[in-house]
Design a protein around this ligand. Structure first.
Ligand code: FES
Length: 290
């Protein structure tokens, strides 16, 4: 690998997407990582030249975000969430197990250059804790044993399927995607449905007739909605037109005993009515009107 004239062409393609060149910096840094395996000094220089920034300015951004690596990363970046929820449920034990298995600590790469291990802050998947990601693909509800097996698969040259989302790809491949270039491998962006824990909130929102508030009048979102580009205002208008929930509905209750189940005769959707929360075209979980 390494930076080439083709890298510079791709960098300019990224810059052309933005009204101001410097806005292209973050995806350009991912492009550099795709080519170099990390944000190299040559990559920093390229970004600075193309964007009219100083190398110090590019370096300051690079060191702010943990997704930008300052040393060459392996093909497989294994991130173990050790934040509060995952930590309580075993994230620290998972990290210790993998650290011993690989013989490396935080932000270190195995001697053969294939696997980088890191602690991660909350990976936004607390409902599946404790989680591990490999190149940002999720492996949910891990244990020290299952994580050991996951890493053993990587060491043996296999690509274990993530619990959900797209198939696993290498650090270079995911970095190219993060730079904004489509991955045209077969099935590269295939993804399964959202997991059950993720849908619980949507189902409760449907039961309780909760909807997102409309955009303020005159805002770009309201204009897009009026033009048919966004269903939120229409959904809110439909919700407003319905009878108001009775006092049984306790819209913001979080207790299973005082609001999770619709009250008889309240007109609130039953569980069997909530399938639209899972369906494409119904992102707000809006109840379908029969
Ligand atoms: S604490 Fe681990 S995903 Fe949130």
């Amino acid at each position: 690998m390494g930076l080439t004239e083709a890298t510079r062409v791709r960098a300019r393609e990224i810059v052309a997407r933005y009204p101001k060149p410097r806005s292209a910096l973050l995806p350009m840094l991912h492009l550099v990582q795709a080519e170099e395996g990390y944000v190299s000094p040559a990559g920093i220089a390229l970004c600075a030249e193309e964007l009219g920034l100083t190398k110090a300015e590019v370096g300051a951004v690079t060191t702010f975000y943990t997704m930008y690596k300052r040393r060459p990363a392996g093909d497989w970046l294994v991130s173990v969430c050790t934040n509060t929820v995952c930590g309580f449920l075993g994230g620290d034990a998972i990290f210790r197990t993998l650290s011993e298995q690989l013989g490396v600590g935080h932000d270190e790469t195995t001697a053969d250059g294939t696997i980088t291990l890191e602690h991660a802050e909350c990976l936004a998947a607390c409902d599946y804790a404790p989680v591990v990601t490999v190149n940002y693909e999720f492996y949910d509800r891990q244990t020290p044993d299952s994580a050991h097996g996951l890493v053993r698969d990587l060491q043996d040259g296999r690509r274990p399927a993530p619990t959900r989302g797209a198939p696993l790809c290498t650090f270079a491949e995911i970095s190219r995607q993060l730079a904004g270039f489509a991955d045209d491998r077969d099935g590269a962006v295939a993804a399964g449905p959202a997991g059950e824990p993720t849908l619980v909130g949507a189902r409760l929102a449907v039961q309780r007739r909760e909807t997102a508030p409309p955009y303020p009048d005159g805002s770009p979102g309201a204009t897009a909605a009026a033009a048919g580009g966004d269903g939120r205002n229409a959904a809110s208008a439909a919700a407003a037109a319905r009878p108001q929930p009775s006092s049984h509905d306790a819209p913001l209750s979080t207790s299973a005993s005082d609001g999770d189940e619709p009250a008889a005769g309240s007109g609130v959707a039953k569980e069997s009515d909530t399938a639209t929360a899972d369906q494409p075209g119904s992102p707000t979980g809006e109840r379908k009107e029969d």
